[in-house]
Ligand binder design. Structure first.
Ligand code: F6R
Length: 239
């Protein structure tokens, strides 16, 4: 299903409605959390709705998509910090129930993350943003469709896009640990938010182009329960 609106706030609220409904149906729901700018409106709306409803979120569990390799969890630019600040605190989740991949570089971290997701019963709703090159999580073009959580080299484009959170692009870590495409595609529901004209080409290719590992988001076409939330600027290249 594709939801298009001129207003990112409307999209964020519509996405949040799906999350809140999932938690109402299953108080111990497992939600996959994305960092980045796109989902911020959705986290704000989710927090607002949860507060209005007096929703009990004390048993909701969360798994972040990814983390840089080499930043300490306390570094404000690490996704441990970003998820805490942008999502967990805004939404009102219990931080002890939210897990972020270990970016310390241990070889076992990737397998442990997949095991933890499986032991939690799998992800009920996975929130996704979309890279300009069609990446989801940090799965850059060319990543295998059946990949599990793994360490990946970031592309120059992704490093440039994320340099806004650092004082220079030279400071952006060049590697990250990310849920794999296979891991992401196992979530029971996927909600993708893409806003702004910089995402228009990736949105069109993901929704209307061929299904190919060269554009990871196109693999979502094979998932039975995907909701796209797209603003007018990001929808301009859809036919
Ligand atoms: C975030 C992530 C990335 C972003 C994507 C879009 O955890 O894994 O895939 O969702 O790079 O980022 P924004 O929303 O900042 O444009």
């Amino acid at each position: 299903q594709i939801h298009i609106s001129p207003d990112a706030e409307v999209l964020g609220d519509a996405l949040a409605q799906r999350i809140v409904a999932a938690i109402q149906a299953k108080p111990e729901a497992v939600i996959g959390l994305a960092t980045g700018s796109s989902p911020l409106v959705a986290y704000e709306a989710w927090g607002r709705r949860a507060a209005q409803l007096g929703l009990d979120q004390s048993r909701v569990r969360g798994f972040a998509l990814d983390e840089y390799i080499g930043l300490s969890p306390e570094d404000p630019r690490s996704y441990h910090s970003v998820i805490r600040h942008d999502a967990v605190d805004v939404v009102g989740l219990d931080p002890r129930l939210v897990r972020v991949p270990n970016g310390g570089g241990a070889a076992s971290a990737a397998d442990e993350y997949d095991v933890a997701i499986r032991e939690a019963g799998g992800i009920d709703v996975q929130i996704l943003g979309l890279g300009r090159n069609g990446h989801i999580g940090f799965n850059e073009p060319g990543t295998a469709a059946d990949s599990r959580t793994h360490v990946i080299d970031l592309t120059a484009e992704t490093i440039a896009d994320n340099a806004r959170f650092f004082s220079s692009s030279a400071e952006v870590p060049t590697t990250a640990i990310t849920q794999g495409l296979g891991t992401i595609l196992e979530a029971r529901e996927l909600v993708v938010i893409a806003t702004g004209s910089a995402k228009a080409a990736a949105v069109a290719a993901a929704l209307e182009g061929p299904v190919t590992e060269d554009l990871p988001a196109s693999l979502l076409q094979g998932h039975p329960n995907v909701h796209w939330f797209i603003d007018d600027a990001a929808a301009t290249l859809l036919t």
